[in-house]
Design a protein around this ligand. Structure first.
Ligand code: EPZ
Length: 417
């Protein structure tokens, strides 16, 4: 098992280059099998979620060539067979193979995807979309068989603006006969990145990034070249770390517009930011004031930054209030922050935070990806040396986090125990 050892109190200066977006790349790689020929996707983050997806492609007989930050996917020899549980359980995003295999072969068999324990995370909206397109869904234990004689475009309304369901239905609908409309679609930038990839293959998708997406089915899709957008959640995490212990810390290779909900909150607490065309520079300031935060679907405050932002709120003067509206169990970082000295009370889906409080080093556990990020931020701020175990969760979503932080002055090392 891997462990991170972080000695807090250092000032971080220099440049952190942001990698490709995990939540885009994990959809683009399954989407690539919809084409009849080879695709090249660049700016792929080197994280373990990508390794897991490439293992699934390999198991399906798809040729995968990987080089630094890019992947070449050739689905010519794909054999549409059941995706075994040991592969699909490694990450939640394996469910994108449902939409892709159904969309191309009208049949998919796979076991329920894995993922963080931040909530029940059902996939009922994905399945409702597949059924609307004419598929039959059979569930036996945790194995799903979804198949259709014909996929026919249909109007689909999502009860929740689900990112996964929006993308998965897009994947299933691009080759369906006729027109599909997804209403109350999620608007995240990652969805636009996937729609652009599919359109480059020859799909006919309009409205991605709005709450109504229209798809007209096509016969064939051809492989193409595509680029993953920068990871706004990785960028946001490092901005929060910069607000806690940075001095002219430059977060580079980003799309600042994707981070507006965070940057406006950082300005509200009193952080000083310089926002450039593709970077943001941030320095820690004294006297941050407490604020109210409510997570929401894009362009609202992202739930994926709720946990690291909690750490920052412990350093803000007065009372802060943070409401998590997307997941029912996304506060598992809180007991560890409290053990480090934070004053946080959980009241249902809301955190009441009093600050600033001095944080002390402790031995803590990363319970999920973004909780781990919150603990890294806390350890960089705390007095002493913090040990974080279960860091495999963190490595799923943050490319070379130890190297990136060390390069700007953090005292951090990764150990095997
Ligand atoms: C994506 O998850 C991201 N993961 C999550 O990031 C992110 O937190 C989430 O979107 C919201 O932005 C990937 O893209 C791989 P949802 P997803 O479907 O698609 C409920 C991270 O840290 N729901 O938008 O699974 C669901 O339970 C991860 O990088 C249903 O009820 O999220 C949740 O409460 C964590 N039925 C809410 O909707 C469904 O069929 C939003 O989920 C689908 C979702």
């Amino acid at each position: 098992m891997k462990l991170l050892e972080i000695t807090g109190g250092e000032t971080l200066s220099g440049t952190i280059r942001i990698s490709g977006a995990k939540n885009s790349a994990v959809a683009l790689i399954p989407a690539a099998i919809l084409a009849d020929s080879e695709s090249t996707i660049c700016n792929i983050p080197e994280i373990t979620d990508i390794d897991a997806l490439c293992d699934i492609l390999d198991d399906l007989g798809v040729s995968v060539k990987r080089s630094t930050e890019s992947v070449i996917v050739d689905p010519t020899n794909l054999k549409n067979k059941e995706i075994p549980e040991n592969l699909s359980r490694k990450l939640r995003a394996s469910y994108y193979f449902m939409g892709a295999l159904l969309g191309k072969y009208k049949k998919v068999e796979m076991c329920f995807p894995g993922g963080c324990s931040i909530g029940a995370r059902p996939i009922d909206l994905h399945l409702k979309g597949f059924e609307a397109l004419g598929a039959k869904v059979k569930v036996k234990g945790n194995k799903y068989t979804v198949e259709a004689k014909k996929l026919k475009g249909a109007p689909i309304y999502l009860d929740i603006a689900s990112v996964g369901a929006t993308i998965n239905i897009m994947l299933a609908a691009v080759k369906a006969e006729g027109k599909t409309t997804i209403d109350n679609a999620a608007k995240e930038p990652e969805i636009v990145n996937v729609a652009t990839f599919l359109n480059s293959m020859g799909a006919k998708i309009t409205g991605a990034g709005t709450s109504t997406i229209k798809i007209v089915g096509v016969e064939h899709l051809k492989g193409c070249f595509h680029e993953v957008i920068p990871d706004r959640i990785e960028a946001g995490t490092y901005l929060i770390i910069g607000a806690l212990c940075g001095k002219k810390l430059k977060i580079d290779n980003i799309i600042p517009e994707h981070l507006e909900s965070l940057t406006s909150k950082l300005q509200e607490i009193g952080a000083s930011l310089e926002i450039g065309p593709d970077y943001i520079t941030i320095s820690k300031k004294a006297g941050y004031k407490g604020v109210r935060v409510q997570t929401a679907t894009y362009p609202g405050f992202p739930t994926d930054l709720q946990q690291p932002f909690t750490t920052l709120l412990t350093q803000c003067k007065g009372n802060s209030k943070l409401e998590e509206t997307i997941y029912e169990n996304r506060f598992m970082h809180v007991p560890y922050l409290v053990d480090m000295g934070a004053d946080i009370v959980i009241e249902g889906d809301t955190l009441k935070i009093k600050g600033p409080t001095k944080l002390q080093a402790r031995e803590v556990v990363a319970t999920d990806l973004r909780a781990g990020a919150a603990l890294v931020a806390a350890a960089l701020t705390a007095k002493g040396t913090t040990k974080i175990t279960n860091v495999e969760h963190i490595l799923r979503g943050y490319e070379r986090i130890v190297e990136k932080l060390k390069a700007v002055g953090a005292k951090i090392k990764s150990l095997e125990i």
